[in-house]
Design a protein around this ligand. Structure first.
Ligand code: PEP
Length: 254
């Protein structure tokens, strides 16, 4: 099974600090064995320059969003082909912030995933419940529905090329983390939901945990059998913390 540590920079950094951050990540990784896949997701304006900086290293560049159409009159949007042309290899889709602030639905996110897969870019599909849903005991229903709706219409071969990130919304940027047991329980649920769709291929789909994952809590999370790495927000903005998370994932999985 692959292990992936991905950093979501969100709307942070500028041209200079983006270059410094990725430089720090590349340098820090030199001391580690290359068993874990490392992904950074800078804001759109810095994707091309960061992709050039990591060319020839083990770091893959991801976008944080895309549009499903190939080209057209969609002011402000960015297509999969554009991303591909500058060396982007993955794309986060369905992040809770995009669902919350930009009204993205599972079906809309499903269309983006289909476009990404057709264009040869790996979707990192984010799902997860909000606090009230967990408190009401509805977290499995919510995540199960997110998986069903976003993957509707995709065949097994397509689904098997997606990376799934479970990000309980109550844990994102809040300092609250799902316990390793809570995260494992949900990851096992997601794995079985995927198994219903793609059979044994589900065992090859990396499931990342996201939500205040930091060097001081990552070992417990990465130690869980169905947690295959992390999608990291805040701690990805500090090269030392991010590289330490890669080290912890390497130690836990390889
Ligand atoms: C995220 O937004 O994908 C995330 C996991 O953020 P944080 O690590 O800051 O909670």
């Amino acid at each position: 099974m692959r292990t992936i540590v991905a950093g979501n920079w969100k709307m942070h950094t500028d041209r200079t600090t983006a270059a410094e951050l990725v430089n720090g990540v590349v340098k820090g990784l030199e001391a580690l064995p290359a068993q874990v896949e490392v992904v950074v997701a800078p804001p759109f304006p810095f994707l091309a320059s960061v992709a050039e900086q990591v060319n020839g290293t083990r770091v893959l560049v991801a976008a944080q969003n895309c549009h499903e159409a190939a080209t057209g009159a969609y002011t402000g949007e960015v297509s999969v082909g554009m991303l591909k042309s500058i060396g982007v290899g993955a794309c986060i889709v369905g992040h809770s912030e995009r669902r919350q602030y930009f009204g993205e639905t599972d079906t809309a996110v499903g269309r983006k995933m289909a476009a990404l897969l057709a264009g040869g870019i790996t979707p990192i599909y984010c799902c997860g419940e909000v606090k009230a849903e967990r408190e009401a005991g509805r977290h499995f229903d919510v995540v199960g529905r997110q998986i069903d709706e976003a993957f509707a219409g995709m065949d097994a071969e397509m689904i098997a090329r997606v990376v799934v990130a479970y990000e309980p919304v109550w844990a994102i940027g809040t300092g609250l983390t799902a316990s390793p047991e809570q995260a494992q329980e949900m990851h096992a649920f997601i794995r079985s939901a995927l198994r219903n769709k793609v059979g044994a291929l589900a065992d090859t789909i990396p499931l990342l945990y996201g939500g205040s994952c930091k060097p001081d809590n990552a070992a417990g999370l990465f130690g869980q059998p169905d947690i295959n790495g992390g999608l990291i927000g805040g701690a990805a903005l500090d090269a030392t913390s991010f590289v330490e998370l890669v080290r912890l994932a390497t130690a836990a999985k390889h």
